[in-house]
Design a protein around this ligand. Structure first.
Ligand code: FAD
Length: 382
């Protein structure tokens, strides 16, 4: 009855299904284990009407015109520039660390000297990894790199990944940038926005197609089996393509062991004030058990006397207890993932796509781009 089956109605699954249905005129079945679509992008309104992101704050940003124009068929946008602050030494300062942050944290003379020295070495608005600052000979620049490492990065990372600060690979530090400029926006992509009526509504518009049948609340593994180079659904061999967006280890019965993830405990609270804090997200690198607090009123403005905040506590991932959020990349986990990939190659009609199936961290635009390419036959994921 169906030309293709898509497992999972997250962003990857919805894009795949929409393209197959609308461009190839295929009949597509989507099987989703949750009672809602949109996966980790799932959002819904509180009792007082505020749109909140149920799996953590999701801000859409991309430099890809293709991705932007594709998604714009299914939603109107509210233009939104994300701002993040960090609570450091008793005050909130803007991130990424920039001239603005220096002016707030350092004595005027030191801040001026640092800015002048940075501008002598780098160009205005350049993003420089702190590892590079730490390697410079100038003691002031070295101080700046070490300060950011200690106050912004080290404890946050240790909390997020549950590792001792001294075990944090210095190469990871390389990704933490200092902005040689005054742009306080968290992202600098060309397109930045949030869907006016939410991600879930956007994806409902994608899958609302006569060629798509969506079954919610059904785990594919209850009806499907992947064994001996054959995929069966309901006991019958299925020869059409299966686009699988769930966890790769679960698909193969954890035969090589579980792939490690970090999880989060998300605590939502409604606050009887129009706003809880001065910007959308404040990071708490030091001193607290949580990593960040998000006030959704800044993301989806609404004229009400309450707001809803989300406090994020990093947790160990335990299968059947909580959600897999971030893959833990180690040599061991990568080797294990490659073992699973080799199994996938034995199934000619099995295509793995998305953050869980490809065991990677994808931003939303990466997922959309990958899904579009997959359907065009340009690439079949990693
Ligand atoms: C806390 C957090 C914040 C983020 N913020 C941003 C952001 O600000 N900007 C950004 O661009 N990206 C952000 N992301 C990344 C974004 O969430 C992902 O890029 C996106 O959700 C990936 O979509 P996906 O379809 O691959 O996975 P998912 O959204 O996880 O979808 C997979 C779907 O498959 C279903 N499924 C799994 N197994 C089965 C099965 N056996 N049978 C049936 N269904 C199954 C799941 O229930 C799920 O619905 C964030 C991620 C996290 C964790």
């Amino acid at each position: 009855m169906f030309d293709a089956v898509v497992v999972g109605a997250g962003l990857a699954g919805c894009v795949i299904a929409e393209r197959l249905a609308s461009q190839k005129n295929w009949k597509v079945l989507i099987v989703e284990k949750e009672k809602h679509i949109a996966g980790h992008c799932y959002d819904s309104r509180t009792e007082f009407g505020l749109l909140i992101h149920r799996y953590g704050p999701h801000l859409f940003h991309t430099n890809s015109k293709l991705v932007w124009e594709y998604l714009s068929q299914f939603t109107e946008w509210d233009y939104y520039q994300h701002h993040v602050q960090a609570f450091i030494d008793g005050r909130c300062v803007p991130l990424p660390f920039s001239f603005e942050t220096m002016d707030l944290l350092f004595p005027k003379e030191l801040a001026t000297r640092l800015k002048e020295k940075l501008l002598r070495i780098y160009t205005f608005n350049q993003k420089v990894p702190i590892l590079e600052l730490m390697k410079q000979n100038d003691p002031d620049i070295q101080f700046l790199g070490s300060y950011i490492y200690d106050k912004v990065f080290k404890n946050y990372t240790a909390k997020q990944w549950e590792m001792l600060p001294e075990h944090i690979d210095s190469m990871v530090t390389a990704r933490v940038p200092v902005l040689v400029g005054r742009d306080t926006r968290y992202f600098s992509d060309i397109y930045q926005a949030v869907p006016r009526n939410g991600y879930t509504c956007m994806m409902e518009n994608m899958v609302n197609h006569r060629n798509i049948k969506l079954i919610l609340g059904l785990n594919f593994l209850e009806i499907g089996e992947v064994r001996d180079h054959t995929i069966t659904i309901g006991g019958k061999t299925f020869d059409g393509p299966i686009y699988y967006t769930g966890p790769i280890d679960e698909l193969f019965g954890y035969c090589f062991g579980e792939l490690p993830y970090r999880s989060l405990e998300l605590k939502f609270q409604t606050i009887q004030k129009p706003y809880y804090q001065s910007c959308a997200t404040i990071n708490y690198p030091n001193n607290y058990d949580y990593t960040r607090i998000t006030d959704f009123k800044h993301i989806h403005p609404l004229d009400t006397s309450q707001t809803t905040i989300l406090i994020e506590y990093p947790k160990k991932f335990k299968k059947d207890e909580n959600e897999p959020y971030y893959p833990v990349f180690t040599d061991e986990s990568q080797n294990k993932y490659q073992e699973y990939r080799k199994l996938v190659e034995k199934y000619k009609n099995l295509i793995l796509i998305g953050r869980l199936a490809e065991y990677t961290y994808y931003d939303m635009d990466d997922v959309v781009e990958q899904a579009l390419k997959t359907v065009e036959g340009i690439g079949y994921g990693r």
